[in-house]
Write a protein that binds this ligand. Structure first.
Ligand SMILES: Cc1ncc(COP(=O)(O)O)c(C=O)c1O
Length: 330
Protein backbone atom coordinates (compact mmCIF):
# COMPACT_ATOMS: atom_id res chain seq x y z
CA UNK A 1 0.00 0.00 0.00
CA UNK A 2 1.11 3.57 -0.64
CA UNK A 3 2.91 4.85 2.45
CA UNK A 4 2.08 8.56 2.16
CA UNK A 5 3.92 9.50 5.35
CA UNK A 6 7.14 7.90 4.10
CA UNK A 7 6.86 9.53 0.67
CA UNK A 8 6.08 12.88 2.29
CA UNK A 9 9.23 12.56 4.40
CA UNK A 10 11.30 12.57 1.17
CA UNK A 11 10.29 16.19 0.49
CA UNK A 12 11.83 18.73 2.89
CA UNK A 13 9.56 21.54 1.64
CA UNK A 14 6.49 19.62 2.81
CA UNK A 15 7.68 19.97 6.39
CA UNK A 16 6.97 23.69 6.17
CA UNK A 17 3.94 25.33 7.71
CA UNK A 18 1.76 27.65 5.62
CA UNK A 19 -0.91 29.78 7.32
CA UNK A 20 -0.30 27.87 10.54
CA UNK A 21 -0.89 24.45 8.96
CA UNK A 22 1.32 21.76 7.50
CA UNK A 23 1.81 22.47 3.81
CA UNK A 24 -0.23 20.41 1.36
CA UNK A 25 0.96 20.73 -2.26
CA UNK A 26 -1.29 19.51 -5.08
CA UNK A 27 0.07 21.38 -8.11
CA UNK A 28 2.33 18.55 -9.31
CA UNK A 29 1.05 18.76 -12.88
CA UNK A 30 2.58 22.25 -13.06
CA UNK A 31 5.80 21.33 -11.29
CA UNK A 32 6.67 18.85 -8.56
CA UNK A 33 8.46 19.52 -5.32
CA UNK A 34 11.97 18.10 -5.17
CA UNK A 35 12.86 15.12 -2.95
CA UNK A 36 15.92 15.00 -0.74
CA UNK A 37 17.76 12.71 -3.19
CA UNK A 38 17.46 15.30 -5.99
CA UNK A 39 18.40 18.21 -3.73
CA UNK A 40 21.47 16.27 -2.55
CA UNK A 41 22.49 15.34 -6.10
CA UNK A 42 22.23 18.98 -7.24
CA UNK A 43 24.21 20.24 -4.24
CA UNK A 44 26.82 17.47 -4.67
CA UNK A 45 27.28 18.39 -8.31
CA UNK A 46 27.97 22.03 -7.43
CA UNK A 47 30.21 21.01 -4.53
CA UNK A 48 32.31 18.49 -6.45
CA UNK A 49 31.91 18.66 -10.23
CA UNK A 50 30.70 22.03 -11.52
CA UNK A 51 32.44 23.51 -14.58
CA UNK A 52 31.25 24.71 -17.98
CA UNK A 53 30.32 21.57 -19.94
CA UNK A 54 31.85 20.99 -23.39
CA UNK A 55 34.09 24.00 -22.89
CA UNK A 56 37.15 22.99 -20.90
CA UNK A 57 39.99 20.48 -21.24
CA UNK A 58 40.88 20.25 -17.56
CA UNK A 59 39.76 17.35 -15.35
CA UNK A 60 36.91 19.17 -13.62
CA UNK A 61 35.37 20.29 -16.91
CA UNK A 62 35.73 16.79 -18.32
CA UNK A 63 33.94 15.33 -15.28
CA UNK A 64 31.17 17.92 -15.62
CA UNK A 65 30.81 17.12 -19.31
CA UNK A 66 30.72 13.39 -18.60
CA UNK A 67 28.02 13.89 -15.95
CA UNK A 68 26.00 16.02 -18.38
CA UNK A 69 26.27 13.43 -21.15
CA UNK A 70 25.48 10.62 -18.70
CA UNK A 71 22.23 12.45 -17.90
CA UNK A 72 21.43 12.50 -21.62
CA UNK A 73 21.98 8.73 -21.83
CA UNK A 74 19.83 8.18 -18.71
CA UNK A 75 16.98 10.18 -20.22
CA UNK A 76 17.34 8.46 -23.60
CA UNK A 77 17.11 5.09 -21.84
CA UNK A 78 14.17 6.22 -19.71
CA UNK A 79 11.96 6.98 -22.74
CA UNK A 80 13.69 4.43 -25.03
CA UNK A 81 14.90 7.13 -27.42
CA UNK A 82 16.48 6.12 -30.72
CA UNK A 83 19.84 7.51 -29.61
CA UNK A 84 21.16 9.86 -26.90
CA UNK A 85 22.11 12.28 -29.70
CA UNK A 86 18.40 12.69 -30.37
CA UNK A 87 17.83 14.12 -26.89
CA UNK A 88 18.05 17.92 -26.74
CA UNK A 89 17.92 19.39 -23.25
CA UNK A 90 15.49 22.28 -22.88
CA UNK A 91 13.99 24.26 -20.00
CA UNK A 92 10.75 22.30 -20.22
CA UNK A 93 8.04 21.15 -22.59
CA UNK A 94 7.20 24.68 -23.77
CA UNK A 95 10.73 25.28 -24.97
CA UNK A 96 10.92 21.82 -26.55
CA UNK A 97 7.74 22.43 -28.56
CA UNK A 98 8.90 25.90 -29.60
CA UNK A 99 12.16 24.31 -30.71
CA UNK A 100 10.38 21.89 -33.07
CA UNK A 101 8.11 24.60 -34.43
CA UNK A 102 10.98 27.05 -34.90
CA UNK A 103 13.36 24.52 -36.48
CA UNK A 104 11.68 21.58 -38.24
CA UNK A 105 8.40 23.47 -38.59
CA UNK A 106 9.91 26.62 -39.97
CA UNK A 107 12.06 24.68 -42.43
CA UNK A 108 9.25 22.48 -43.74
CA UNK A 109 5.87 24.21 -43.45
CA UNK A 110 4.95 26.41 -46.39
CA UNK A 111 2.02 28.55 -47.49
CA UNK A 112 -1.05 26.39 -48.11
CA UNK A 113 0.12 23.58 -45.79
CA UNK A 114 -1.90 22.44 -42.80
CA UNK A 115 -0.78 21.93 -39.20
CA UNK A 116 -3.16 19.99 -36.96
CA UNK A 117 -3.55 20.46 -33.20
CA UNK A 118 -6.33 19.39 -30.83
CA UNK A 119 -8.83 21.20 -28.64
CA UNK A 120 -7.31 19.45 -25.61
CA UNK A 121 -3.81 20.81 -26.23
CA UNK A 122 -2.04 22.95 -23.65
CA UNK A 123 -1.20 26.50 -24.72
CA UNK A 124 2.41 25.34 -25.11
CA UNK A 125 1.35 23.03 -27.93
CA UNK A 126 -0.95 25.57 -29.56
CA UNK A 127 0.80 28.94 -29.63
CA UNK A 128 4.02 27.81 -31.40
CA UNK A 129 1.95 26.19 -34.19
CA UNK A 130 -0.41 29.15 -34.39
CA UNK A 131 2.55 31.51 -34.78
CA UNK A 132 4.22 29.23 -37.32
CA UNK A 133 1.03 29.09 -39.41
CA UNK A 134 0.67 32.86 -39.22
CA UNK A 135 4.26 33.32 -40.33
CA UNK A 136 4.02 30.86 -43.21
CA UNK A 137 0.45 31.45 -44.38
CA UNK A 138 -0.42 27.87 -43.44
CA UNK A 139 -3.69 26.62 -41.99
CA UNK A 140 -4.09 25.60 -38.36
CA UNK A 141 -6.76 22.89 -37.99
CA UNK A 142 -8.01 22.08 -34.49
CA UNK A 143 -9.46 18.61 -33.86
CA UNK A 144 -12.57 18.61 -31.65
CA UNK A 145 -13.10 16.65 -28.44
CA UNK A 146 -16.18 14.61 -27.56
CA UNK A 147 -18.70 15.31 -24.78
CA UNK A 148 -16.89 12.86 -22.50
CA UNK A 149 -13.50 14.51 -23.01
CA UNK A 150 -11.94 12.20 -25.56
CA UNK A 151 -10.34 13.11 -28.84
CA UNK A 152 -12.99 13.05 -31.56
CA UNK A 153 -11.47 10.38 -33.78
CA UNK A 154 -13.92 11.04 -36.61
CA UNK A 155 -12.82 14.67 -36.65
CA UNK A 156 -9.18 13.56 -36.41
CA UNK A 157 -9.73 11.50 -39.56
CA UNK A 158 -11.32 14.48 -41.31
CA UNK A 159 -8.34 16.65 -40.35
CA UNK A 160 -5.97 14.07 -41.85
CA UNK A 161 -7.80 14.34 -45.18
CA UNK A 162 -5.96 17.66 -45.52
CA UNK A 163 -2.69 15.69 -45.48
CA UNK A 164 -1.15 17.89 -42.79
CA UNK A 165 2.58 18.50 -42.65
CA UNK A 166 2.59 18.29 -38.85
CA UNK A 167 0.13 16.85 -36.33
CA UNK A 168 0.65 17.79 -32.68
CA UNK A 169 -1.29 16.30 -29.76
CA UNK A 170 -0.84 15.54 -26.07
CA UNK A 171 -0.26 11.95 -24.97
CA UNK A 172 -2.08 12.83 -21.72
CA UNK A 173 -4.27 15.94 -21.42
CA UNK A 174 -3.40 18.24 -18.51
CA UNK A 175 -6.96 19.54 -18.27
CA UNK A 176 -8.96 16.31 -18.77
CA UNK A 177 -6.58 13.50 -17.83
CA UNK A 178 -7.46 11.81 -21.12
CA UNK A 179 -4.85 9.31 -22.29
CA UNK A 180 -4.77 9.48 -26.07
CA UNK A 181 -4.02 6.37 -28.17
CA UNK A 182 -0.77 8.01 -29.25
CA UNK A 183 0.75 5.08 -31.17
CA UNK A 184 -2.45 4.53 -33.16
CA UNK A 185 -2.76 8.25 -33.90
CA UNK A 186 0.89 8.38 -35.04
CA UNK A 187 0.25 5.50 -37.44
CA UNK A 188 -2.69 7.35 -38.98
CA UNK A 189 -0.65 10.54 -39.36
CA UNK A 190 2.27 8.72 -40.96
CA UNK A 191 -0.09 7.04 -43.39
CA UNK A 192 -0.86 10.47 -44.87
CA UNK A 193 2.79 11.59 -44.78
CA UNK A 194 2.60 13.83 -41.69
CA UNK A 195 5.10 14.33 -38.90
CA UNK A 196 3.95 13.58 -35.34
CA UNK A 197 4.76 15.85 -32.40
CA UNK A 198 3.72 14.50 -29.00
CA UNK A 199 3.39 16.70 -25.93
CA UNK A 200 4.60 14.35 -23.21
CA UNK A 201 4.48 16.82 -20.31
CA UNK A 202 1.85 14.83 -18.41
CA UNK A 203 2.48 11.34 -19.80
CA UNK A 204 6.17 11.05 -18.96
CA UNK A 205 5.65 11.34 -15.18
CA UNK A 206 2.73 8.89 -15.13
CA UNK A 207 3.09 6.30 -17.92
CA UNK A 208 5.84 4.00 -19.08
CA UNK A 209 6.88 5.91 -22.17
CA UNK A 210 8.56 4.20 -25.11
CA UNK A 211 8.98 6.74 -27.92
CA UNK A 212 10.00 4.05 -30.38
CA UNK A 213 6.80 2.14 -29.67
CA UNK A 214 4.81 5.35 -30.04
CA UNK A 215 6.75 5.95 -33.26
CA UNK A 216 6.34 9.70 -32.93
CA UNK A 217 8.82 11.99 -34.68
CA UNK A 218 9.24 14.44 -31.80
CA UNK A 219 8.43 13.99 -28.12
CA UNK A 220 8.55 16.88 -25.62
CA UNK A 221 8.82 16.43 -21.86
CA UNK A 222 9.43 18.34 -18.63
CA UNK A 223 12.00 17.16 -16.08
CA UNK A 224 10.70 19.63 -13.51
CA UNK A 225 7.28 17.94 -13.54
CA UNK A 226 8.86 14.65 -12.48
CA UNK A 227 11.01 15.60 -9.48
CA UNK A 228 13.83 17.14 -11.54
CA UNK A 229 15.15 20.69 -11.09
CA UNK A 230 13.10 23.68 -12.24
CA UNK A 231 14.01 24.60 -15.81
CA UNK A 232 14.70 21.06 -16.98
CA UNK A 233 13.12 19.24 -19.89
CA UNK A 234 13.91 17.75 -23.26
CA UNK A 235 12.97 17.31 -26.86
CA UNK A 236 13.42 13.73 -28.07
CA UNK A 237 13.70 13.41 -31.84
CA UNK A 238 13.67 10.49 -34.22
CA UNK A 239 16.49 10.32 -36.78
CA UNK A 240 15.27 11.22 -40.25
CA UNK A 241 15.74 9.26 -43.45
CA UNK A 242 18.43 11.69 -44.57
CA UNK A 243 20.66 10.24 -41.85
CA UNK A 244 19.78 6.68 -42.94
CA UNK A 245 18.15 6.02 -39.59
CA UNK A 246 21.25 6.96 -37.61
CA UNK A 247 22.28 10.09 -35.82
CA UNK A 248 25.52 11.65 -36.92
CA UNK A 249 27.33 11.58 -33.60
CA UNK A 250 29.77 14.21 -32.47
CA UNK A 251 32.97 12.84 -30.97
CA UNK A 252 32.25 10.77 -27.85
CA UNK A 253 35.13 11.93 -25.71
CA UNK A 254 34.71 15.29 -24.01
CA UNK A 255 38.37 16.02 -24.57
CA UNK A 256 38.16 15.46 -28.28
CA UNK A 257 34.95 17.45 -28.69
CA UNK A 258 35.78 20.39 -26.47
CA UNK A 259 39.46 20.78 -27.14
CA UNK A 260 41.28 20.41 -30.41
CA UNK A 261 45.07 20.62 -30.67
CA UNK A 262 46.26 23.94 -31.99
CA UNK A 263 48.31 22.30 -34.71
CA UNK A 264 51.08 24.88 -34.46
CA UNK A 265 54.09 25.08 -32.23
CA UNK A 266 54.33 27.87 -29.75
CA UNK A 267 57.03 30.37 -30.66
CA UNK A 268 57.87 30.65 -26.99
CA UNK A 269 59.02 27.02 -27.03
CA UNK A 270 56.43 25.99 -24.46
CA UNK A 271 54.20 23.08 -25.27
CA UNK A 272 51.26 24.11 -27.42
CA UNK A 273 48.16 25.09 -25.51
CA UNK A 274 44.97 23.35 -26.43
CA UNK A 275 42.59 25.43 -28.51
CA UNK A 276 39.11 25.60 -27.06
CA UNK A 277 36.34 25.23 -29.54
CA UNK A 278 32.68 25.90 -29.05
CA UNK A 279 31.02 22.69 -30.10
CA UNK A 280 28.59 21.92 -27.33
CA UNK A 281 26.62 18.73 -27.82
CA UNK A 282 23.36 20.65 -27.55
CA UNK A 283 24.31 22.75 -30.59
CA UNK A 284 25.02 19.63 -32.58
CA UNK A 285 21.73 18.15 -31.52
CA UNK A 286 19.78 21.26 -32.43
CA UNK A 287 21.24 21.32 -35.90
CA UNK A 288 20.59 17.62 -36.25
CA UNK A 289 16.95 18.28 -35.39
CA UNK A 290 16.86 20.63 -38.35
CA UNK A 291 18.32 17.86 -40.49
CA UNK A 292 15.39 15.58 -39.68
CA UNK A 293 13.71 16.55 -42.92
CA UNK A 294 12.47 14.92 -46.05
CA UNK A 295 9.96 12.68 -44.30
CA UNK A 296 6.94 14.43 -45.68
CA UNK A 297 6.14 15.11 -49.26
CA UNK A 298 4.36 18.39 -49.87
CA UNK A 299 0.77 17.91 -51.00
CA UNK A 300 -1.90 20.51 -51.40
CA UNK A 301 -4.89 20.43 -49.02
CA UNK A 302 -7.78 18.39 -50.35
CA UNK A 303 -10.65 19.20 -48.01
CA UNK A 304 -12.19 22.06 -46.14
CA UNK A 305 -13.39 21.73 -42.57
CA UNK A 306 -15.05 23.52 -39.73
CA UNK A 307 -13.13 25.29 -36.96
CA UNK A 308 -10.25 26.08 -39.22
CA UNK A 309 -8.16 29.20 -38.98
CA UNK A 310 -6.28 30.43 -42.00
CA UNK A 311 -4.36 33.38 -40.70
CA UNK A 312 -2.71 35.66 -43.21
CA UNK A 313 1.02 35.61 -43.76
CA UNK A 314 2.70 37.42 -40.97
CA UNK A 315 5.59 39.81 -41.06
CA UNK A 316 6.91 38.31 -37.82
CA UNK A 317 10.66 38.19 -37.71
CA UNK A 318 12.73 35.17 -36.87
CA UNK A 319 13.78 36.64 -33.54
CA UNK A 320 10.16 37.02 -32.48
CA UNK A 321 9.83 33.27 -32.61
CA UNK A 322 12.99 32.16 -30.92
CA UNK A 323 12.63 28.88 -29.03
CA UNK A 324 11.24 29.33 -25.55
CA UNK A 325 9.73 32.74 -26.10
CA UNK A 326 6.08 31.82 -26.39
CA UNK A 327 3.35 30.14 -24.43
CA UNK A 328 3.06 30.52 -20.71
CA UNK A 329 3.28 27.31 -18.74
CA UNK A 330 -0.10 26.12 -17.51
C1 LIG B 1 0.21 19.14 -21.36
C2 LIG B 1 1.22 20.19 -21.02
N1 LIG B 1 2.05 20.64 -21.97
C3 LIG B 1 2.98 21.58 -21.72
C4 LIG B 1 3.14 22.12 -20.46
C5 LIG B 1 4.21 23.14 -20.23
O1 LIG B 1 5.30 22.52 -19.61
P1 LIG B 1 6.55 23.36 -19.11
O2 LIG B 1 6.12 24.08 -17.87
O3 LIG B 1 7.62 22.34 -18.84
O4 LIG B 1 6.96 24.27 -20.20
C6 LIG B 1 2.30 21.70 -19.43
C7 LIG B 1 2.40 22.31 -18.09
O5 LIG B 1 1.57 22.15 -17.25
C8 LIG B 1 1.33 20.69 -19.71
O6 LIG B 1 0.50 20.24 -18.77
Amino acid sequence: MLDAARIRADFPLLERQEHGRRLVYLDNAATTQKPEAVLTAIADYYRTTNANVHRGAYDLAIRATEAYEAARVTLATFVHAWAPEGVVFTRGTTEALNLVAGSYGRANVRAGDTVVVTAMDHHSNLVPWQMLCQEKGATLRMVEITEDGRLDLADFGRALERRPKIVAFPYVSNSLGTVNPAAALAKLVHAVGGVVVVDGAQSTPHLKVDVQELDCDFYALSGHKMLGPMGSGALVAKPGPTSRGRWVSPPRSPTSSACAPSGSRSTSGRSPRPRLTSSPRSTVSRSTVRATTGRVSCRSPTATSTRTTSPPSSTRTASAFAPGTTAPSR
